[in-house]
Every structure is written in C-alpha cells, then in structure tokens.
Ligand binder design. Structure first.
Ligand code: NI
Length: 162
C-alpha cells in the first residue's frame, strides 16, 4: 500500500483512452489498494487509474468515507434526471466549475474478483460515477464546465473528487 503521485491537468496521460482490464493480477490488486489510499489521503471521493499515471479502466469511488466502490471496466447502462452542481477534480487542484450530470446513474462493472455487478447512485454518487468514467476516456470535467472555471475558495462538495 502506498500513496501515488496524482497527475495534473496538462499531463498527456490524462488525455488517453484507457485499456480494458482482462485479468486480475497481484500488480493490479496493488494498484487498486494504492488508488484507495491515494484517494483517502487527498480527501477525494473518487479516483481513476490515469490520475495515478496508469492507463487501465479502473475507478475507485467513496462518497461517504466508509463505502468504497471498485469499478473495473465500468460502463454506464442507464441514466435519468438531471442535476446541476459544482464539480472539482484532484487533477485540477484549487478549481471548481458547474457541470450538469444525470441525477441517477446505473453502471455495470467488475469487482476485484472480476465478477460483474451493478452500482446504482443518485446525486453525488451519480456525479462521481460520471466524472470518474470520463477520466477513462481521457476527459476532464473542465471540458464540460458551464460558464467559467472558478477558484475553489471553499471546500466544495466534490472536492474530488470530488
Ligand atoms: Ni477527476
């Protein structure tokens, strides 16, 4: 277990499409543990593998601090509604911006045992799922900000992530 270096906007690794995970290996398990450690250390609610420089389709999310979700090869299969709110990202330090996301999201992913499961979320969890999955295709929330990116003068809800 280790804290990994979080890559920041401007680094090419954050713009790449990540590769599908085909098997669970000790190395990938270690990556996932490190991603959780790194997310909690940074007080984030989500982290995607490219944010620690690894181009694999892996995301960790914990919006409550006691409910970690590990999503391997995740895909969104259903969305509904709409929420408008402030978003932030550990890879874009000190900034925040308004982004519209669905208010409900259902995703299908593999867990650490490579078993498929569904994760449903509303509000912050739905937002985090959308934000983190975007990272896997090389997209940052700043591309979706309505209006301008602002200085995060106060701790925002999605203080990354969020
Ligand atoms: Ni992010």
């Amino acid at each position: 277990m280790a804290i990994r270096n979080i890559r920041e906007i401007g680094e090419e690794v954050l713009t790449k499409k990540c590769k599908v995970v085909t098997e669970m290996t000790p190395r990938t398990r270690e990556l996932i543990e490190d991603m959780l450690d790194t997310m909690y250390e940074a007080n984030g609610v989500g982290l995607a593998a490219p944010q620690v420089g690894i181009l694999k389709r892996i995301v960790v999310i914990d919006t409550t601090g006691e409910d970690p979700h590990i999503l391997i090869n995740p895909r969104i299969v259903e969305t509904s509604g709409e929420q408008v709110g402030q978003e932030a990202c550990l890879s874009v330090p000190g900034k925040t911006g308004q982004v519209t996301r669905p208010n409900y999201v259902k995703a299908v992913a593999l867990d650490v045992n490579m078993k498929e499961y569904e994760l449903e979320g509303t509000e912050l969890l739905a937002r985090a799922i959308c934000h983190e999955l975007d990272h896997l295709d090389g997209h940052l929330y700043v591309e979706k900000v309505e209006g301008s990116l602002e200085e995060a003068t106060v701790e925002v809800e999605m203080d990354e992530e969020e």
